[in-house]
Structure formats: C-alpha cells, structure tokens
Design a protein around this ligand. Structure first.
Ligand SMILES: Cc1cc2nc3c(=O)[nH]c(=O)nc-3n(C[C@H](O)[C@H](O)[C@H](O)COP(=O)(O)OP(=O)(O)OC[C@H]3O[C@@H](n4cnc5c(N)ncnc54)[C@H](O)[C@@H]3O)c2cc1C
Length: 590
C-alpha cells in the first residue's frame, strides 16, 4: 500500500472510533479506564473493532483475509493501542496464534481458521509453562500419538486469552528426547473437545493490561485429531520461532501507541500549565526533556518500521532485526515514559482524573513488551550470539540486492513483495543490511546537506552525517572488544555479561542506521514537517550519548526546532510518527 492509501485506512478507523477524550464516543478513555478498574475483558471494544474488521488486515488475503502489507495491520493495532493496549493485545493474540497455520498449515486449515476468525473466533498462543519461562525447550506438555490423532497432557500458564479463546495453539513434545526437532504445534479447538476436558486456570490479577484474560489451560489426555497438528511433526520449534519473529516485531505497536498517548496528554498539560510565571513547556530543562523524548520516539518508530517492512522485504534477516527491535524499542520507550512522567508530575498518579487518568494506565500497560513474546534479555542474547558474524561483515562490500532490500525496508512508498512468513529464516548468517549500509546513509546525508535550499537544514544535515559516521566507527571498537573477550574467556565468552553489553551497543548503531535510512530513503514519501535535519540530528545525538554520556549535546536552536515540530504535530492532532495520521483527538476536554 502507498503512504496515501495507508493514511486513508488509518484515518477511517480513527473516525470510526471517535475522540477518546469524549466519554460518549465508541472507544473512549472513560470506558477503557472503567473496564481496566473492574478487570473486565473488553468484549464490547473487541466486538466494535471486529465489526470494523480490523482483524482482517492481519489474515492472508488468499484465504479470506485482507492482509497485503504487514505494516497496515501493525499501524491499525498501534492506533488501537494508543487508546487501549489491552484491547489491542486481545486482538493481536488471535493473529499470533494463527501464525503457525499461516506458515505451515494446509490450505484447508488456513481456510478453516480464517473463516472461524472472520466469524468471531478468538484464539490464544500457548507457549509458556509455569516452571520453564523462556526456556521453552524444557517445556513439558506432551502429545502422545494414538490412532487418528494425539493425546495432549500438560499445562500452559500465563496465556493471554486462554479462557475466552475458542482455540489455543499449544506447543507440545512429540518426541520424548525433546531437542529442537522434538516439538509440534497443535490447534486445540475447545468446541471439539469433550465438555470439561480443557480445564481453565484461574485468572491472574496483573499490574498492567488489567482487563486482559490472563490465565492458562490444563489438559489431561485430551484427544485432538491429526488435522489439529500445524505443520509437520517435529516442526514446532521452527514455527514458534518464526511466529515469534513476527510477534517481536509487531508487539512494538503496543509501546508506540501507549507512548503516543502519554506524550499527547503530557503536551496537553505543559502547553497550558503556568508555574512560576511561565508555561511549563517554556522551562528550558522541560523543553529539552520533551525534545529528547520525541527524538527517542522517532528512533523507535524508524527501527520498528524497518523491521515491520523487513518481514516482507528482507525475510532472510528476520532473526536479527526482530531481536534488535524487541530489545531496543521497549527498553528505549520505558526510558521515554519515565522522562515524560517527570514532566507530567503529580497528575500521572491520578487514576480517575477525567483527562490525565489514562496516563497511569499507559505507563503500566507499555511494560508488557519487556517480557512478552521473548524477554528483552533473550533477544539481546540472540544478537550477542550473532555478533561475531555481524561485525565481520561491517565495512564489507554492498551488493545491489542488499541496497534494494534497504530501499524496500525504509522507503515507505516502495512496493513490498507479498508477505510469506514461511520465508523468514532462523539465522541471518551474519547479514544485517541496515548496519552494512550505514556508510551509504552517511553519503546520502552529505549529498542532501550539499543541495538543500535551506541553510539551517544544510548545517543540521551535515552535523547529522558526522554523528552517523562516528556511530559507525564505534563498531571497530566493539569488534576489537569482542576479540579481547574471546581471547580472555575462550568459548565461555558467549555467556559473559560484557558480550551482552556489546550487543546493546550494536543495537544502538542498528537503530541509528535505521533512522538515517528512513530519513534519506523516504524523503519523498514523507509529509511535512518530515524529513527535518534538526530532528535527525537530535535522534542521532541521543544514540551517540549512549556511547559518550558526558559529551556536550545539541544546541538550543536544535531543541527549539524539534519542539516546534512536536508542537505542530500535537496541535494538528497527528501521530508522533513518520506516519502522518490525522487522529480523532482533542486536548480541550480537561
Ligand atoms: C501479561 C502477560 C501476557 C503473556 N502472554 C503470553 C501468551 O499469550 N502466551 C505465552 O505463551 N506466554 C505469555 N506470557 C508469558 C511470558 O511471555 C513468559 O513469562 C516469558 O516468555 C518468560 O519470561 P519471564 O519473564 O517469565 O522470565 P524467565 O524465563 O523466567 O527468566 C527470568 C529472568 O532471567 C533472565 N533470562 C531469561 N532467559 C535468559 C537467557 N537466555 N539468558 C540470560 N538471561 C535470561 C531475564 O532477566 C528474565 O527476566 C505472558 C506473560 C504476561 C505477564
């Protein structure tokens, strides 16, 4: 879909859902907070969105859905999440649970489940077990082969939607030996199981997403037919990992949506609140905090956009960018939220304030991205274990194919190849085009700096190119440090905390490259005020601060320009993103 087409779909959804600050609108903050306080599953809101058919944008078109490009479904869920991450999660879980069918199911299974979801079936993703957490290879649920099917025995715990779902996709051991080939995935359709055989575990009371159904299931020799197995016997781990790559990438819509609302209500506050004789937004320290928070949001937006588009444009490298984005974005957005909390002050604590009450909910809900669909540390480990190979390729030759992939990932108007999640690979073999082509982004920035008609922009773009280049040079040091670690620890270097810290630094460079690519490759596709040299400079300087925390940062002119852009998006009621969606939002009702 072109940018123009996506904007039209997103804005149609926004109009349908109405102004969230208006208690009479279909999806109002008042209703959302009430459900959250009562810890009541948001049936009404899920139904509202199902009537609009939001779920269809995440189901394959060939089998009765409407999914063309992943980013369309991603952006719609992000708009739902800016109102209520709980409702967005409840919807997203069905799509995640369907993913193994999409990857490896038969055509009949695909038609069957897409049809069921279109008729309102809810699904859950049953991977986790109480005793094993991230160590899924130790999971104990068993599937014993019998004539015509399998007998499933075991428990899945902390499963979103487990009780309200009609179907739970579970991962179970099909070989006693376990190991990577010892697992399979089954779609347990509760409506086809004997009454009472699927035991629902009690609902867990949770810190955020309080209205979500957070429970589990216990099975004791429950029969499922052969047709319930998704993919081949033994393919379960591969399907879980590939489905996980999609989830790790798209879950960031929750955080981006939640932080958008947090920033919006914070701006509602600082643009009106007068303290010590001046508006809060005019206090220099607060201005800088807001500008920095906005720049961090834009970096998170760029790295997520590249990864979401990468699922189609670059499925071979999904293992690397899905882990980078799942480590980097929740970690960064958590920092943004704590910064915004300082700006908003006491109002963040007011749960039933008619205008600011939604902030505390966003603060709690956004945390889900830190552990769900692969803990932050597990993702960092995935990057750490590939670091050697990735660094070996840095500075190496760039093929025309790699350049074309980066263009498709970061030019928002580029046509993407058809989404086929089966094409995603479990290892990227050291390839990360985003970082490999960082020097190319630097070259493009210098070119733009040379020809831009505005003198200030020329200056900012040129400084941005310098910072991007210096970030690229950090990788030489990272490579040397990895070498020293290997020498000091031998094979054991892979488990050292130092390697994880170096992986964090690699992720920061990847984020810088993603931001620079999006600014340069999407220049024509972006609407005013993007792309802007001051904003890019601030984004890159924020990343550079992770390497040099005490170096002087951007000057006042840059901060003022970034705040000007931020205020323009706020007063124009547009998403704080490269995606210029007109929102149904008002700051007046407070
Ligand atoms: C709100 C919510 C929704 C959820 N939804 C679902 C769902 O729908 N389906 C589902 O299957 N599960 C779901 N879960 C379960 C969740 O995804 C698991 O809890 C998670 O995968 C396991 O991580 P953990 O945080 O429990 O950490 P554990 O695996 O118990 O690990 C503990 C800590 O050890 C460290 N650590 C872990 N692994 C490593 C490693 N490899 N290397 C180094 N350090 C490590 C980390 O710091 C981690 O926090 C949900 C949980 C919650 C709270």
């Amino acid at each position: 879909m072109t940018v123009k087409e996506q904007v039209a779909v997103a804005e149609e959804l926004e109009r349908y859902l109405g102004d969230p600050h208006d208690p009479a609108s279909p999806m109002s903050f008042a209703k959302i907070i009430d459900l959250d306080e009562r810890e009541e599953f948001p049936y009404e809101l899920v139904g509202l969105l199902q009537r609009w058919q939001v779920h269809q944008y995440c189901l394959p078109a060939a089998f009765g859905g409407r999914a063309g490009d992943v980013e369309v479904g991603f952006n719609l869920l992000r708009l739902v999440a800016r109102r209520d991450p709980t409702t967005a999660t409840a919807l997203m879980l069905t799509n995640l649970a369907f993913m193994p069918t999409w990857i490896a199911g038969t055509d009949e299974q695909k038609r069957h489940f897409v049809g069921a979801i279109n008729r309102g079936a809810r699904m859950a993703w049953g991977l986790s077990e109480r005793d094993h957490g991230s160590d899924v290879l130790s999971n104990e649920m068993r599937a014993e082969k019998v004539h015509g099917g399998y007998l499933l025995t075991g428990e899945k715990w902390l499963i979103g939607n487990a009780t309200v779902a009609d179907v739970v996709s579970v991962q179970a051991r099909t070989s006693e030996r376990g190991g990577p080939g010892g697992w399979s995935i089954f779609a347990v359709d509760k409506r086809r199981c004997p009454a009472g055989s699927v035991v629902h575990l009690p609902n867990e009371r949770i810190h955020g997403l309080r209205a979500l159904d957070m429970s589990g299931i216990r099975l004791d020799g429950v029969f499922v037919p052969d047709s319930a197995r998704l993919g081949a016997e033994g393919q379960g781990l591969e399907l879980a990992l590939k489905s996980g790559q999609v989830a790790r990438t798209t879950i960031n819509g929750m955080g981006l949506g939640a932080v958008d609302t947090a920033m919006r209500v914070t701006l509602d506050f600082v643009t009106e609140r007068v303290i010590f004789g001046q508006k809060v937004i005019d206090v220099p320290y607060t201005r800088r905090q807001l500008a920095e928070s906005f720049a961090d949001m834009i970096v998170a937006d760029a790295v997520t956009t590249g990864a979401v588009r990468g699922l189609q444009a670059n499925p071979g490298q999904a293992s690397i960018y899905s882990s980078v984005v799942k480590y980097y974005v929740p970690t960064s957005l958590e920092r943004t939220l704590s910064q915004l909390s300082v700006v908003l002050g006491a109002r963040l604590y007011l749960r039933s304030h008619p205008h600011y009450g939604i902030y505390q909910k966003m603060l709690r809900d956004a945390l889900v991205a830190i552990f769900a669909d692969g803990n932050t540390v597990v993702n960092l480990k995935n990057v750490a274990l590939q670091l050697d190979g990735l660094l070996e390729k840095v500075g190496g030759p760039v093929t025309p194919e790699a350049d074309a992939r980066v263009q498709a990932q970061y030019d928002l108007d580029a046509t993407l190849p058809e989404w086929n999640p089966a094409d995603q690979q479990l290892f990227s073999r050291g390839a990360d085009d985003t970082v490999l082509l960082l020097p190319d982004a630097v070259r493009r920035l210098r070119e733009q700096a040379g020809v831009h008609p505005d003198e200030r922009q020329r200056h900012w773009l040129s400084r941005a190119a310098d910072v991007a280049e210096s970030l690229h040079q950090e990788l030489d040091r990272v490579r040397a440090e990895v070498g020293r670690l290997r020498e000091a620890h031998g094979k054991g270097y892979a488990g050292t905390a130092e390697l994880f810290r170096l992986a964090e630094q690699y992720c920061a460079v990847h984020a810088a490259a993603a931001t620079a690519h999006l600014f340069t490759r999407s220049a024509r596709a972006l609407a005013e005020p993007f792309p802007d040299g001051a904003l890019l400079l601030m984004c890159l300087e924020r990343l550079a601060r992770q390497f040099h925390p005490v170096r002087p940062v951007t000057d006042q002119e840059v901060v003022d320009r970034v705040v000007e852009i931020l205020r323009g998006l706020h007063s124009g009621r547009q998403l704080f993103s490269f995606w210029q969606f007109q929102l149904s939002a008002s700051g007046e009702r407070r």
